[in-house]
Design a protein around this ligand. Structure first.
Ligand SMILES: [Fe+2]
Length: 188
């Protein structure tokens, strides 16, 4: 009985190995079509689309920062006015990096307000002059950007798109640190 049982297990393992072999073959063939960078075409199109979505959300974050830089009021005006400028300058650089990554991957970066609004999911801050509300807006905006970036991080890891992956990795680490600092500021 035990011999019969072992034999059955071996047969099942054999069938499973053959099945895995076939599956691997089909998956490999499905991904065979690669672009000039050696990245799979189909998956890269999805990554381009997600980078464009990130770009759109980033532009809204950037405008949020411009808004609070201009409208901030109160006793901490001078500190925050400068801090928000530092953040929007940094965002501007990142926006350019995302757009140029889209181009590097063979896509076209979105550049109209119409497209940005269509893809945006982050809170739009309007006429915010209160310092705490302004900092909350930054934390909320960054939290949402982190979700999009982690999604891109996962997808780019699967296809070894190291360029996009490393970019997301850097953005995530920096934004997590900014969230920590903003939350430390809110705890006074
Ligand atoms: Fe200014």
């Amino acid at each position: 009985m035990i011999v019969f049982y072992n034999a059955n297990i071996k047969t099942i393992n054999l069938i499973y190995s053959v099945f895995r072999g076939f599956l691997g073959y089909f998956v490999k063939n499905k991904n065979m079509k690669t672009n000039i960078l050696g990245l799979p075409v189909k998956e890269t199109e999805i990554i381009i689309s997600e980078l464009n979505s990130l770009l759109s959300n980033y532009q809204v974050y950037y405008q949020n920062l411009r808004g609070i830089h201009w409208n901030i009021r109160g006793k901490r005006f001078f500190d925050l006015h400068v801090k928000f400028e530092e953040l929007y300058n940094d965002s501007q650089l990142k926006i350019d990096m995302i757009a140029e990554r889209v181009l590097t991957l063979g896509g076209t970066p979105l550049h109209t307000f119409e497209d940005y609004i269509k893809h945006n999911k982050i809170e739009v801050g309007k006429n915010i002059s209160n310092d705490e509300k302004a900092v909350h807006l930054i934390v909320n905006s960054l939290s949402h950007l982190l979700i999009l970036e982690r999604e891109i991080l996962n997808k780019t890891a699967v296809v070894n798109d190291e360029g996009s992956n490393a970019m997301m990795s850097d953005f995530i680490a920096e934004q997590e640190k900014t969230i920590w600092m903003m939350q430390a500021w809110l705890e006074e």
